[in-house]
Ligand binder design. Sequence first.
Ligand code: GLU
Ligand code: ZN
Length: 299
Amino acid sequence: MPYVGRFAPSPTGPLHFGSLIAAVASYCDVKANSGKWLVRIEDLDKPREMKGAADNILRTLEAFGFAWDDEVVYQSQHAKFYAKALNVLQNKQLIYPCTCTRKEIADSGNALGIDGVIYPKTCLKNAPVTNTHAAYRIITLDKNITFLDEIQGEITQNLAHDVGDFILKRADSLFAYQLAVVVDDAAQGVTHVVRGADLLDSTPRQIYLQQLFGFATPHYAHIPIASNLRGEKLSKQTLAKAIFPEAAPMLVFEALAFLGQNLPKETKNTRLDEIWHWAINNWDLSKVPKRRQVIADTN
Ligand code: GLU
Ligand code: ZN
């Protein structure tokens, strides 16, 4: 059985400690299972991209001792695959154009879901007069989607109630993350997704799409989110500190500690390759804690 994992950073800024934790987790999971580790740059949202960030992330990964298999994949090069996938859903009459503004949806008085107001299906009931500048939404079902997350346990969501008809292609004609990630995970043969728990809520949407396309659903393990002392998720938006190669052994050690892997204390001051060797040989997913943890990341 192939074992394939991936790290899929968005190049909106340099690698920070929160993303390092996700990279370490998926890398150890794959390498402990003699699998393949892929890197995919999720650069769909060009307006949000920071110039040079993709190269910077790759160089930082290398300096931290990560070695990826196969060539790095860039989502910006995959528009034709996403268009084809959208077409499949169109032929099944599962998507529809929507020209509603954010404000119209917010003012609809519809119930709140996990991602804001549930789209009231206005444009499904009444097709817009023109499709220029339309977003495309997928029809969701009033049906439970359940999966067993290897860290978070059993997760159930009803897409119609909890999310609503979500966007697969935006009005600015960019393909949405949910569609791209499903198409690429399948195309790359990804079998084990290890990523941050901020994406736990997205997983049922991705499973729904996998089922519609007839793709296998990978195993999922969502690692806890690292937050700063103010309780905010470490992210580019909260200005999490960039990480530097000079501190690689200490930072990898700390990422492993965050992931509940009890490295012997003497590993802390050893060489990077020895830390990796220990980490891969002793990787234990069942030790990864479920909950959000605070780490100091003062700026
Ligand atoms: N590109 C996403 C991020 O940086 C991760 C996507 C994923 O792992 O599915 O948050
Ligand atoms: Zn609409």
